[in-house]
Design a protein around this ligand. Structure first.
Ligand SMILES: [Zn+2]
Length: 223
């Protein structure tokens, strides 16, 4: 199937909730999304990973939970079937640069964002307009380039801090410690301790009455 045909199909089958409301486009958002509904947006950065991402996808499916995956171009092109699985199972796909380097020139940033969006389009038919800067560096050339493309850039409001620990219990506690509705939760789907903690996190927070939605779905329910 050609990429353009895939894109045409995606246009007709994508539900309205996957469209990013215009007030977030060309902006960087670093705050919680105001909503009175008990909604949370779980976000996974740096994947897809051939081992950890499937474990996380299985857990999400089991709990009827949706999430948002901020993929790296270099990992997306190595794992196209996982990229397709993420989209097929109703999760949102977003980009997070090609290489995850900390600093680069405006020209390099342009190339990285173009390449990564092209990889996502090629394998899924989705035209990604959601972005997160590596390390949340909103003043980086990568973020400036994303904003100039009218993409919606998002940081997070709760962190699993899963790059600072290898203990699944710590990841669990970091996320489950009194989240508010509308929180954007940062995790990494390349970390085994995160994949290990996710089922318990989903179980606990679902029991607390929270529903896990994609970031676009959360934005469409903002008040
Ligand atoms: Zn990252």
């Amino acid at each position: 199937m050609t990429p353009s045909l895939l894109m045409t199909i995606a246009f007709f089958i994508l539900p309205k909730e996957t469209v990013i409301p215009s007030q977030y486009l060309g902006q960087t958002t670093t705050t919680r999304i105001k909503t009175t509904n008990k909604l949370l947006a779980l976000t996974f950065d740096d994947g897809p990973d051939p081992v950890q991402t499937p474990i996380i996808l299985n857990a999400l499916k089991q709990h009827n939970a949706k999430a948002t995956f901020f993929v790296l171009g270099k990992n997306a092109e190595r794992n196209p079937l996982l990229l397709q699985r993420i989209v097929a199972e109703g999760h949102a796909i977003a980009t997070h640069s090609y290489s995850h380097r900390t600093s680069m020139s405006p020209q390099e940033a342009d190339i990285e964002n173009t390449q990564t969006a092209e990889i996502v389009r090629r394998y899924t038919g989705v035209n990604p307009t959601l972005f997160r800067a590596p390390f949340g560096l909103t003043k980086s050339n990568l973020n400036k380039d994303a904003i100039s493309r009218n993409w919606a850039s998002f940081n997070w409001t709760v962190s699993a801090a899963d790059t600072a620990t290898t203990n699944p219990e710590v990841v669990y506690k970091n996320i489950c410690f009194t989240p508010n509705p509308g929180e954007i939760i940062l995790c990494h789907d390349i970390k085994p301790h995160t994949a290990q903690a996710i089922p318990k996190i989903l179980e606990y927070l679902t029991k607390q009455g929270f529903q896990f939605v994609t970031l676009p779905e959360l934005l469409n329910q903002a008040q």
